[in-house]
Design a protein around this ligand. Sequence first.
Ligand SMILES: Cc1cc2nc3c(=O)[nH]c(=O)nc-3n(C[C@H](O)[C@H](O)[C@H](O)COP(=O)(O)OP(=O)(O)OC[C@H]3O[C@@H](n4cnc5c(N)ncnc54)[C@H](O)[C@@H]3O)c2cc1C
Length: 450
Amino acid sequence: MTMPVNNWGRLPHAAQNRRPARAHSPLDFKHALDGAPTLLPHGMGRSYGDVGLNPDGTLLQMTARDHIISFDKDSGILRARSGLTLDALLRVSVPQGWFIPVSPGSKFVTLGGAIANDVHGKNHHKDGSFGAHVLALSLVRSDRAPMVCTPTKNKKMFALTIGGLGLTGIIDWVELKLKPIKSAYLDVENIPYRSLDEFFKLSADSADWPYNVAWVDCFAPQSKLGRGIFTRARFSDYGGLSPHDSETKFRWPFPTPAFLLNRFTIGLFNTLYRIRPGARYKGRAHYDPYFYPLDSIADWNKLYGRKGFYQHQCLIPQDCAQDGIREMLSIIKHSGQGSFLAVLKHHGTEPSPGVMSFCNIGPGVSLALDFANKGEKTRALLTKLDDCVARHGGRNYIAKDAHMSGKFFQDSYPDWSTLEAARDPKIMSSFWQRVIETPSQNSTPKAPAS
Ligand SMILES: Cc1cc2nc3c(=O)[nH]c(=O)nc-3n(C[C@H](O)[C@H](O)[C@H](O)COP(=O)(O)OP(=O)(O)OC[C@H]3O[C@@H](n4cnc5c(N)ncnc54)[C@H](O)[C@@H]3O)c2cc1C
């Protein structure tokens, strides 16, 4: 079955072979390859860039393999096939008093995708990334028998698979420890703040709160650079254990025409986003609007029009974070290309077992940004931002990247060659091809077709 598959940023439109993995029979690598030279496991396609694409081979759609194998309601230990989404998991676990230990900003991601990118959430400063809560996983490779990997057994492959971008093999099942909750609701405080300095102070003062994040106004005047709304939250003791609704409230109907996507629209969207019911709330919010505000608008990625959009997320080490983030916000301001969803957060010291994990550079601050694709103008801005991140000793998040140069990648992820040595020879992705085949290239990689 050949059908066009997009990344979440809707940048390249490569027609490729997407083949559903068989739901129940044992995973068979050769069958999955379907005669193609390589394959790449595929989850919900929520990665923004090209890490989840493989136009020269097969995409193995894992979502049919989504059943829970075992769930111990006393210990919170769950074993499930890797195609299970957080959406489905939470509907089962929340009524039993268990939540995902680390959650990204969308529940429409699979366990396999969460491990392959070693996703992080608003509680990184307390609990680290997803991989820190994985007890075991099973891996199916083309060149050996299926293997079970844990922090002590096949530990090198375990460490390379967490944050391993799907390159070490197909993750078949996953065992992880969930987090106990007494309520499906969180006690939330939203605090408007006026400058970057205030963000750093608020973040330090809120270090005891489990969930912290800030939304930044990229259109603020230079004197108020970095202003935004700081949100801190913790699970409540009250409100009951009702899971989220399965219905999506609104579907973005079609790609937004370019003329509508101007500064005014983005500013308006930004304002509306902030005054959504959960945002003004000082009190209790259900986990669904709190953790997953964008999930309530299906296909919201069409907001950016037919040319799609780039995400840029970097992590800058603590010592350089204030200078680096200030410079980045200045660069964006002067570029005239605002980001309607700019998110700032502190990362903590909890190490990930993942050798290639984005978060594994120690404590720091991450900044996530969205930019409508305006061709060369946007790519020039991204290059400037990358230069700034590199000068401040940081790195970019691969799950969101569609642009960084091979040189920046290799310099900022020095263990890339260990992953390349452990890569299954029959697995490849567009991202990997782009960044390892251009080792000394200092310029922008070839722009994806829009
Ligand atoms: C609205 C939104 C908010 C987000 N917020 C965050 C956030 O806060 N923090 C964060 O870290 N990320 C965030 N993300 C990114 C997202 O969490 C990751 O990109 C995640 O990996 C997507 O999972 P997926 O199931 O869609 O995987 P895909 O995007 O389909 O694939 C991602 C990678 O996982 C690999 N993979 C998938 N399944 C398997 C498997 N079974 N075995 C081996 N490899 C596999 C693929 O090969 C690919 O390399 C967000 C994304 C969206 C759309």
